[in-house]
Write a protein that binds this ligand. Structure first.
Ligand SMILES: Nc1nc2c(ncn2[C@@H]2O[C@H](COP(=O)(O)OP(=O)(O)OP(=O)(O)O)[C@@H](O)[C@H]2O)c(=O)[nH]1
Ligand SMILES: [Mg+2]
Length: 137
């Protein structure tokens, strides 16, 4: 059964010219791109997206970073897309992400870790609704 997830290439990834690399990995894996868009997030959208972290000490820094420049937002689908994309991304802190993962290969900083992926099918549907209302179910 096919599943959907939200994928972001964060502003650091776009600024560093990693869009082609990341999209290429998604395509060669065999996931399907259902939507893809370059955009600068408005603060309200960023705060909604990261709402689960509103009480964390790094929330302000997180929102400032994700709105700091253009990012690429996409919806990808395929069997096991939520866990599969998280696995391709690697651990949240690049100090712990394995070589071969996107964060393991391209990042060193926790605060600038190149990509985002929804952490459950429920989060995926919530986040897709925020970024791509036309695709909401
Ligand atoms: N500056 C800072 N950023 C943090 C810290 N912890 C987490 N973050 C950032 O907050 C983001 C969201 O945290 P989580 O949702 O727990 O991690 P994640 O699901 O792997 O990452 P996302 O895909 O971005 O949601 C992470 O990707 C980090 O970039 C922290 O202690 N300091
Ligand atoms: Mg998360």
């Amino acid at each position: 059964m096919s599943e959907r997830t939200l994928m972001l290439i964060k502003p650091d990834g776009v600024a560093r010219g990693l869009v082609g690399e990341v999209i290429g990995r998604i395509e060669t894996k065999g996931f399907v791109l259902e939507a893809l868009e370059l955009r600068i997030l408005e603060r309200e959208v960023a705060e909604r997206h990261y709402g689960e972290h509103v009480d964390k000490p790094f929330f302000g820094e997180l929102v400032a970073f994700i709105t700091s420049g253009p990012l690429v937002a996409g919806v990808i689908s395929g069997r096991g897309a939520v866990a599969g994309w998280r696995s391709m991304m690697g651990a949240t802190d690049p100090a712990n992400s394995a070589p071969g993962t996107i964060r393991g290969d391209f990042a060193t900083l926790l605060s600038e870790n190149v990509v985002h992926g929804s952490d459950s099918p429920e989060s995926a549907e919530r986040e897709i609704g925020i970024f791509f209302p036309d695709l909401a179910r």
